[in-house]
Structure formats: structure tokens, C-alpha cells
Design a protein around this ligand. Structure first.
Ligand SMILES: Nc1ncnc2c1ncn2[C@@H]1O[C@H](COP(=O)(O)OP(=O)(O)O)[C@@H](O)[C@H]1O
Ligand SMILES: [Mg+2]
Length: 273
């Protein structure tokens, strides 16, 4: 199935671990060596080389933190493609980086080593690096993974503000309720595109169950969309197990383990990843 993202969109890519979210994002960046079919970005075919006008924020967990580099230096890296014959930043580059760090609320951290920052601060640093080249499209891989609720909200509002200035935002996320259901457009992937569109229409039990390989119930109430991703029937199963244990006087050997069906295991792994 093909996927078209209109200019100015704010898109969330969801799917279980290993479903191809990162691969889809990397294909947009021309970083997937073999792609069957074509990828077009801003009207041009992407063929193995990064397209102009796209800023990328990698998943923080995949960054090599042993590399000794400061916040400022990371942000300057985003300028390299614009740089003239010299690899070091010029005065305009420095001013632009400083402005972005200020805008993102991390100006005070400019001289700090990125390794010493919190997850949310690191996310902002990489966001600044992506923005310094003034992209028309911003691609982010799980920008809300591993940060607290307040930081997650801040990041989403920041991305909303950037989107309001006309930047197309494409981000992957694991968080169906807290993130994806609030975005105007979602794409469900599992080895390919399962569905895409307004979460109101796309987030159905059928589509999400096909995407995650586990049954997910979708609840709608007062304009609120909620995906119940608790292991299906687990509570009843555990109640049953515990009631038996209680009645039998706590015989651990006979009733100590609740049997988990295969799909519950898969669900668990998804959260661990
Ligand atoms: N459409 C695809 N065709 C073939 N291999 C794929 C495809 N999408 C993903 N893969 C492979 O599956 C693995 C996991 O993909 P990845 O994009 O990292 O998933 P996610 O980011 O959703 O966890 C990678 O090894 C990738 O090469
Ligand atoms: Mg990934």
C-alpha cells in the first residue's frame, strides 16, 4: 500500500517493535539501501542519498553516547551541509544555533556534554540540530520514548508549534493513547502500511488488532478516543487463579503460575523493547 503525506501534515507512525517504523522513517531520508517502489520527498525521487529540506531526530536510545561532544557541537553538526569550504561553524551558524537553543529552552546547557543531560533535554538538542538546517519536513523517531509525562507534553506542544509554522512533522511513537490519538493523522505499520488517516477512523479494534497482533479494544466516549491495551482477559484469569490458591490454602506448586497465552507474551515484549 502506498502512503502520501501532504505538506504541512502532523503524522504519527505507530506499530509494534520490529514493525518497520524506523525503516519507514529512514526510507524517507534515503537511508534504506534497498527499497522496492519509490520514495518521493518534496517532489523529488529519493535514491540512496538524503533529500534536501528534511531534518531528522534519531531515537535517543540509538545514539552513541561515548562520543565526547557538547550541546553546541551537536547542534552545529546540523549545519554541515550548508557549510562552505570550512568544517567549523561561522558567526551566522553560531547565532542561529544560539537562537534555537534559546527557543527550545536549553540555552544554559550549550557547553554541557550531551551525555550528562536528561532524556528530554537530549531530545531538544537533537531537535535543535535538525532545525538548524531550516527543514520543511521534520522526521522524528520516537521522540516521546523514555521521558516523563510533563516532558512528553512539552515535546508534543513544541512539535505542534513547529507544525503551526508550516513544518511537516512525521514522528513514530509507541504511545497510542497519550500521543497518537491526539495527532490529526496516524499511520499503522506492521511490515507494511496497514492503514492511515484520522485516528477517529483508523483506530478501530480491527485495524489495531491487525497492527499489534493482539486484541485491542477501542472505547469512544464524549469525543475521547481510548485504546485499552491491557492484556485481554488477564484480570479474570488471575482472579480465577488467586481464588483457587486462596481456597486451597496457597498451594504454590499447583496454582502458582497463571498461564499466559502466546499473544500476551508478544504484548509484553513490545513494551520491553
Ligand atoms: N518493509 C520491510 N521489508 C523488509 N524488512 C523490513 C521492513 N520493515 C522493517 N524491516 C526490517 O525489520 C526490522 C525492524 O524494523 P524497524 O524499522 O527497526 O522496526 P521498529 O522501528 O518499528 O521497531 C529491521 O531489521 C528492518 O530491516
Ligand atoms: Mg524503531
Amino acid at each position: 500500500m502506498s502512503l502520501a503525506v501532504p505538506a504541512g501534515a502532523f503524522v504519527g507512525v505507530v506499530g509494534p517493535s520490529g514493525s518497520g517504523k524506523t525503516t519507514l522513517l529512514r526510507a524517507i531520508l534515503g537511508r534504506v539501501p534497498s527499497v522496492s517502489g519509490t520514495v518521493r520527498v518534496l517532489g523529488r525521487d529519493v535514491r540512496g542519498r538524503p533529500p534536501q529540506g528534511v531534518g531528522y531526530v534519531p531515537q535517543i536510545e540509538t545514539v552513541d553516547w561515548n562520543f565526547p561532544v557538547t550541546v553546541e557541537e551537536v547542534v552545529h553538526m546540523g549545519r554541515t551541509r550548508h557549510a562552505g569550504p570550512f568544517p567549523w561553524p561561522n558567526r551566522a551558524d553560531r547565532e542561529e544555533s544560539a537562537r534555537l537553543l534559546d527557543q527550545l529552552g536549553i540555552a544554559a546547557l550549550a557547553r554541557r556534554h550531551i551525555r550528562d543531560l536528561s532524556g528530554g533535554q537530549q531530545q531538544r538538542v537533537f531537535l535543535a540540530r535538525a532545525l538548524v538546517s531550516r527543514p520543511q519536513i521534520l522526521v522524528l523517531d520516537e521522540p516521546t520514548a523514555g521521558v516523563d509525562i510533563k516532558t512528553r507534553d512539552d515535546i508534543l506542544h513544541l512539535l505542534g508549534d513547529l507544525n503551526a509554522t508550516g513544518i511537516t512533522v512525521i514522528m513514530s511513537t509507541h504511545e497510542l493513547n497519550s500521543v497518537a490519538a491526539h495527532l490529526p493523522w496516524v499511520v499503522c505499520v506492521r511490515g507494511g502500511i496497514i492503514a492511515s488517516g484520522d485516528p477517529e477512523e483508523v483506530f478501530t479494534t480491527e485495524v489495531l488488532s491487525a497492527t499489534y497482533g493482539a486484541r485491542l479494544e477501542v472505547l469512544r466516549q464524549d469525543g475521547l478516543l481510548l485504546v485499552a491495551d491491557a492484556p485481554h482477559g488477564l484480570r479474570e484469569q488471575l482472579r480465577h487463579t488467586h481464588r483457587h490458591r486462596h481456597e486451597r490454602g496457597g498451594d504454590e506448586h499447583e496454582h502458582g503460575h497463571a498461564h499466559l497465552p502466546a499473544h500476551e507474551h508478544a504484548h509484553q515484549q513490545e513494551h520491553d523493547a
